[in-house]
Design a protein around this ligand. Structure first.
Ligand code: HEM
Ligand code: MTE
Ligand code: MO
Length: 477
């Protein structure tokens, strides 16, 4: 900052549009971020909220900015220093003061908002993930909700608007129970991040460092969203309704809530099993998982299973919010941040077939005396497509053997919403010592299977990584 010009807060405030240049402050630095706005991973609209002022209150909300990588980006745009220094910026109340308590076994990937993954060995320890161990993915602070006063509003053009408490849902609708896996679109992003951008472009993946545990399985209890929409007067076949908006009660500092939408066909399908759920593994849904009421959209990426559901709106259009339009879309391996046309790709809904090895762990030591290795993991596919086979390899994918599958009793073809756990024991090569690469890949009922590595599916957001999962182990005496 030595020798850089000094600007007053008033001068900074005059730079709020690309025409006047977009300036922001952070601590005592002044930055011209005009050229970064279009590349911002959180969207141009969000970064523009800070135009002409400090980024700090926003980063207090989105604390994924509190890391060196973000400092380094900012440093490239420094143009001066703020008169009066950091003290010119007013302190704000911590929006995270009301967070629930969490089990220390969750592996924290970000504190505020909280993001924690389930340790891999716990994923395969039981067919359903205990509530306290279920992975947590928040974009915002957990909202403070008075469960006794809570209602969800259901509305749309030509429909009667309903406001329903959880008790009214329980009393007036038929209870439905669905075993369903929730998987984040960014599950296994670390493997994609570790691979260079294909073609050597140097493009960088941005997003949380999930390993294999941004996925969990639960038995959900609630009512079918379909039944509630019909009760509110939605007419099946009404061509003016194409999407159901699902709006959460968690909001950013401008009051904008987390929101998503799903296609009407999924919401109304009798075989779609979309739930308004209040129960998770027989317990009321905990605050971290969207209690008192959340949506569970089986077979669909986790982002659409909106927690703390406050409002449901039948609409002609898709949800226009950030997480439907400017995130959760995957582009060509050759597309860098500055070349994204968000409107060119559909929002991810159903997911592809995935699998992972949960045991043994990367770097594990096996003994030659055991003569064999037992591999355990999960497999799952989107759209209710059942897993018909998981193949495992102890030589990096040269030779394969089928694993033994264990399915949730509710699972059936085309409605296989819950994951399949698998186990296989493979012999170790006679007398072998040294490094081995274990690998797995799954096949779903449509005979979709997984790509060998991330290079063909690499994308700058690090989404939908369903490459073969590989784990390196060593065999010692
Ligand atoms: C994400 C940089 C300002 C909201 C990100 C990421 C970077 C970044 C590098 C990706 C982080 C990751 O997931 O690894 C910056 C820089 C800024 C800035 C350099 C300042 C000039 C803002 C402002 C807001 C904001 C002012 C909000 C009003 C977000 C959101 C995300 C994000 C919502 C996405 C988080 C998610 O994945 O859910 N930003 N940002 N950013 N940023 Fe910013
Ligand atoms: N709903 C709200 N209201 N706010 C959120 O941040 N995150 C979504 C989804 N629903 C989110 C939300 C994402 S991206 C995922 S992967 C799942 O919730 C995670 O659900 P879980 O935290 O119960 O595992
Ligand atoms: Mo997610």
């Amino acid at each position: 900052s030595d020798g850089l010009p000094v600007f007053t807060a008033e001068e900074v405030a005059q730079h709020r549009t690309p025409k006047d240049r977009v300036w922001v402050t952070y601590k005592d630095g002044v930055y011209d971020v005009t050229d970064f706005v279009a590349q911002h991973p959180g969207g141009a609209a969000k970064i523009m909220l800070a135009a002409g002022g400090s980024v700090e209150p926003f980063w207090g909300l989105y604390q994924q900015h509190m890391k060196q990588e973000v400092r380094d980006i900012l440093a490239q745009y420094r143009i001066g220093s703020l008169k009066g220094g950091a003290a010119a910026v007013a302190p704000t109340e911590d929006p995270y003061r009301n967070e629930p308590r969490r089990h220390p076994a969750l592996i924290v990937r970000s504190d505020k908002p909280f993001n924690g993954e389930t340790p891999a060995e716990l994923l395969v320890a039981s067919p359903v993930t205990p509530n306290d161990m279920f992975f947590v993915r928040h974009h915002l602070p957990v909202p403070v909700i008075d469960n006794d006063k809570f209602t969800v509003t259901v509305e749309g053009a030509g429909m009667r608007s309903l406001q329903l408490s959880v008790q009214q849902l329980q009393q007036n609708f038929k209870k439905a129970q669905v075993a369903a896996t929730v998987q984040c679109t960014g599950n296994r992003r670390t493997e994609m991040k570790a691979a260079p951008a294909p073609g050597g472009s140097g493009a960088q993946i941005k997003g949380l460092d999930w390993e294999v545990g941004a996925i969990s399985n639960a038995e959900w209890g609630g009512v079918l969203l379909r039944d509630v929409l019909l009760a509110a007067g939605l007419q099946p076949g009404d061509a003016s309704v194409q999407h159901i908006h699902l709006i959460g009660l968690d909001t950013d500092m401008t009051g904008t809530p987390y929101a998503a939408s799903i296609p009407i066909d999924k919401a109304l399908s009798e075989a779609g099993d979309v739930l308004l759920a209040w129960e998770m593994n027989g317990q009321p849904i905990p605050a971290d998982h969207g209690g008192p009421l959340r949506v569970v959209v089986p077979g669909t990426t986790g982002a659409r299973s909106v927690k703390w559901i406050g409002r449901i709106v039948a609409s002609a259009d898709e949800c226009q919010g950030h997480w439907q339009q400017k995130d959760y879309k995957a582009f060509s391996p050759g597309t860098d941040w500055d070349a994204i046309d968000w409107s060119a790709a559909p929002a991810i809904q159903e997911m592809p077939v995935v699998s992972a090895i949960c045991e043994p762990a990367e770097g594990a030591e096996l003994s030659t005396y055991d003569g064999e290795v037992t591999i355990k993991g999960y497999a799952w596919s989107g759209g209710g497509r059942d897993i018909i086979r998981v193949d495992v390899s102890a030589d990096g994918g040269k030779t394969w053997s089928p694993a033994k599958l264990s399915k949730h009793p509710h699972s059936r073809p085309s409605r296989a919403w819950a994951w399949t756990l698998y186990e296989a024991t493979l012999p170790l090569p006679e007398g072998f010592k040294g490094q081995l690469q274990l690998a797995c890949k799954a096949t779903d009922q449509s005979y979709n299977t997984q790509p060998e590595d991330v290079s063909s599916i690499w994308n700058i957001r690090g989404l939908v990584n369903n490459a073969w999962h590989k784990v390196n182990v060593s065999v010692v005496e």
